[in-house]
Ligand binder design. Structure first.
Ligand SMILES: Nc1ncnc2c1ncn2[C@@H]1O[C@H](COP(=O)(O)OP(=O)(O)OP(=O)(O)O)[C@@H](O)[C@H]1O
Length: 256
C-alpha cells in the first residue's frame, strides 16, 4: 500500500533520510518511532509529498506520488486523512462546522449528506453530544478528537498521525490510542503514526518501525520489536522502562 524505495533526503545541508526502504500493507497500523530529529516527520511528509525525495521513490498503491504530475497529486492526496501537530481547529467555528469544512470545501455534497457524515465521524470519536461547542471550550484531548473526526470525515483509505498523544495526560493518551485502533478495526483504514510514546506504539501498532539517524534500524511486529537486539532499540526501550516481561505487554502481544 505505501512503499518507500531507497528514499534519501537532505535538508539544511544535512542528510535526514538515508536510503530508507520499507513497505506498509493495507489495513496495518504502522508506528514510526525514534529520537527527536531522527526524521520521523520528514518521512510522513514524503507520503503526501509535502516533501519530495532527492533520490528514490514513494508509492501509494499503484501511484508513484513522488513523481506524479500536479494534476494527479490532488487525487492521490484524497486517499489520505491527516492529523498533524499544527492542524489547529478554526477557533471561530463550532465543532460541527470544523468537521464539515473539508466536505463543504472539497466536495459537492449536499447539506443532508454532510450532516450524516459529520455526525457519524463525531459519534465515532465520542463527541456526538458536543457538536455546538467552540474549540476554546474544549480540552486538549477533545480537540485532538475533533481533529481526528475532521481527518476521517471524507473516508480516507490511509490516516497519518503526527504525535497524536503529545501534550495529553496518560488517560487521555490511552483514549486516543483506542480511537486509532478503532480506525483500523472498525473503519478499516491503514494507519501511520509517528510517536515518541513507546507504550502507545506497542499498544496500537501491528508493525513498529524505528528510525535512527535517517535509517531504519528495526521493522517488526511488537513482539519482535521488544526482543530486538539492536542496541539503539534496546536503549530506546530501556529509556521508557519497557521490559518484555511486563504483564500489560504480554497481554497485548498475545492479542496480536
Ligand atoms: N524544512 C526543513 N529544513 C531544514 N531542516 C529540516 C527541515 N525539516 C526537518 N529538518 C531537519 O530534519 C531532521 C529531522 O526532522 P524531523 O522533523 O523529521 O524529526 P522527528 O524525528 O520528527 O523529530 P521530533 O520527534 O523532534 O518531531 C531534523 O534535524 C530537522 O531539523
Amino acid at each position: 500500500m505505501i512503499r518507500f524505495e531507497q528514499v534519501s533526503k537532505a535538508l539544511g545541508g544535512r542528510p535526514v533520510l538515508d536510503a530508507v526502504d520499507f513497505r506498509i500493507e493495507r489495513g496495518e497500523t504502522a508506528v514510526i518511532v525514534g529520537r527527536s530529529g531522527a526524521g520521523k516527520s520528514v518521512m510522513l511528509k514524503h507520503m503526501v509529498r509535502l516533501l519530495t525525495p532527492d533520490e528514490g521513490r514513494v508509492r501509494i498503491g499503484e501511484d508513484e506520488i513522488s513523481a506524479a504530475p500536479d494534476r494527479e497529486l490532488e487525487r492521490i492526496r484524497e486517499r489520505f486523512g491527516m492529523l498533524f501537530q499544527g492542524a489547529a481547529l478554526l477557533q471561530w467555528m463550532s465543532v460541527y462546522d470544523n468537521v464539515a469544512l473539508p466536505l463543504r470545501e472539497r466536495t459537492g455534497a449536499r447539506e443532508a449528506e454532510i450532516d450524516g457524515r459529520v455526525r457519524e465521524a463525531l459519534d465515532l470519536v465520542g463527541l456526538g453530544d458536543d457538536t455546538e461547542k467552540m474549540p476554546a471550550d474544549l480540552s486538549g484531548g477533545m480537540r485532538k478528537r475533533v481533529g481526528l473526526a475532521r481527518a476521517i470525515v471524507r473516508k480516507p483509505e490511509i490516516v497519518l498521525y503526527d504525535e497524536p498523544t503529545s501534550g495529553l495526560d496518560p488517560v487521555t493518551s490511552r483514549l486516543i490510542d483506542g480511537l486509532i485502533a478503532d480506525m483500523r478495526a472498525k473503519v478499516g483504514v491503514t494507519n501511520v503514526v509517528v510517536t515518541h510514546d513507546l507504550h502507545s506504539a506497542l499498544s496500537i501498532g501491528t508493525r513498529i518501525v524505528m528510525l535512527h539517524e535517517g535509517r531504519i534500524v528495526e521493522h517488526a511486529a511488537p513482539d519482535g520489536f521488544i526482543r530486538s537486539e539492536h542496541p539503539e532499540v534496546r536503549r530506546f526501550l530501556e529509556s521508557q522502562h519497557i521490559r518484555a516481561e511486563d504483564p500489560w505487554l504480554k497481554e497485548k502481544i498475545s492479542e496480536t
